[in-house]
Design a protein around this ligand. Structure first.
Ligand SMILES: Nc1ncnc2c1ncn2[C@@H]1O[C@H](COP(=O)(O)OP(=O)(O)O)[C@@H](O)[C@H]1O
Ligand SMILES: [Mg+2]
Length: 355
């Protein structure tokens, strides 16, 4: 017996009834267990919707991945599911609650978060440095969990952190995540503005690539711009923004500055040092996520005594990292990568009618 899908209907409030994790190919299908509600996001590779568990009324998010197109897309969906299962249970990582697959789709039922990271920052007028650092600390906790399970996320950016109703920041989107490999990982993956130098110059990389991306994200939160900028005049032959950005990162040119633009608040010296440590170009010298947490605790202490730390960040400045002043151009989001070392290649798709 299926339960009625109610597309467009107002979803019921979430309840805390647990949903048992089940095998990837249970005989009862997703549609018999859950009702679809409104769409949360339509990405190139996945659709995310609200869904409600028919028996318990619990409201969740479901990420629907194509699996029927090719063996490759099936393996990608399976990998995202398996990695999420492995990471579930940490407060700073979204939990996979349930999963199903049929011939065409994989349905990853995930705890529903109420806000994006940007929403949370923008919801409070008068965001201070300590609020931004507190978010960064939680982002690091999620990342440290990922790394302790030998998973490299490869798409660390503000869009891939969500916030629960209780205000807990959670790492999401394991679509590009992969297992660590003894000889390093190869292949370009993620978002150009946040890619590490070792990745853009095609060297084997490891977990430290995520630490760099988190450093670049923290930089954007504090300065309202990304660490590197594209120099179109210097490289007129490079037509693609992605290539321009990758060139700037590879050549460290121009290098990031730690001075705020006119009109934006200047972060405290301690916060600048922290971000600088994460943006250490040599991955061997770059701290691990765990080491960054220790560093962050010292920084937060030092920042407390700094007058600058209590300056309020302006909404336009924060809006800049969310969408306005320094958006991530769609052309800079790479989900395709080289096929070295069995790395995968994602193909875009549109979901067929779901509800
Ligand atoms: N658990 C969730 N709760 C609420 N919204 C979610 C959840 N998971 C994903 N989303 C929404 O869907 C968007 C895309 O999800 P994500 O997993 O990042 O997939 P994509 O590969 O398309 O980027 C997120 O940025 C967020 O807006
Ligand atoms: Mg995402």
């Amino acid at each position: 017996m299926g339960c009625t899908a109610s597309s467009g209907a107002k979803p019921s409030r979430s309840c805390s009834a647990p949903i048992a994790s089940r095998s990837c190919s249970g005989s009862i299908g997703f549609r018999e267990k859950y009702a679809f509600h409104e769409k949360l996001s339509q990405g190139a590779f996945a659709e995310v919707r609200v869904c409600v568990h028919c028996d318990t009324g619990r409201e969740c998010a479901v990420k629907i991945l194509q699996a029927g197109g090719s063996e490759e897309s099936r393996l990608e969906a399976q990998r995202e599911c398996l990695l999420m299962r492995r990471l579930a249970g940490h407060p700073n990582v979204v939990s996979l609650l349930d999963n199903y697959n049929d011939d065409r789709y994989w349905y990853l039922v995930i705890e529903k978060c109420e806000h994006s990271l940007c929403d949370m920052l923008l919801a409070n007028s008068g965001v201070q440095e300590k609020h931004l650092l507190c978010a960064v600390r939680q982002m690091l906790l999620g990342l440290a969990q990922c790394h302790s399970m030998h998973v490299v996320h490869r798409d660390v950016k503000q869009d891939n952190f969500l916030v629960s109703n209780e205000g807990v920041v959670k790492l999401c989107d394991f679509g590009l995540a992969t297992h660590e490999k003894p000889d390093g990982i190869f292949g370009i993956a993620g978002t150009a503005h946040l890619m590490s130098p070792e990745m853009v110059i095609d060297r084997p990389y490891n977990q430290k690539t995520d630490v760099w991306s988190l450093g670049a994200t923290a930089y954007a939160m504090l300065f309202g711009r990304y660490p590197f900028k594209m120099e179109k005049d210097r490289y007129p032959h490079l037509k693609s923004e992605t290539l321009l950005m990758r060139r700037a990162i590879a050549e460290n040119s121009p290098p990031p500055t730690y001075v705020a633009h006119k009109g934006s608040p200047q972060p405290s010296d301690a916060a600048c040092e922290f971000v600088q440590a994460l943006l250490q170009r040599d991955p061997k010298l770059r701290p691990s996520a765990r080491e960054c947490l220790l560093l962050e605790a010292q920084i937060a202490n030092a920042a407390r005594t700094s007058k600058k730390a209590s300056q309020e960040y302006l909404i336009p400045h924060l809006l800049g990292i969310c969408s306005g002043l320094c958006p991530l151009p769609a052309t800079c989001c790479e989900k395709r990568e080289s096929k070295k070392e069995g790395e995968f290649c994602r193909t875009s798709f549109q979901l067929a009618k779901l509800a």
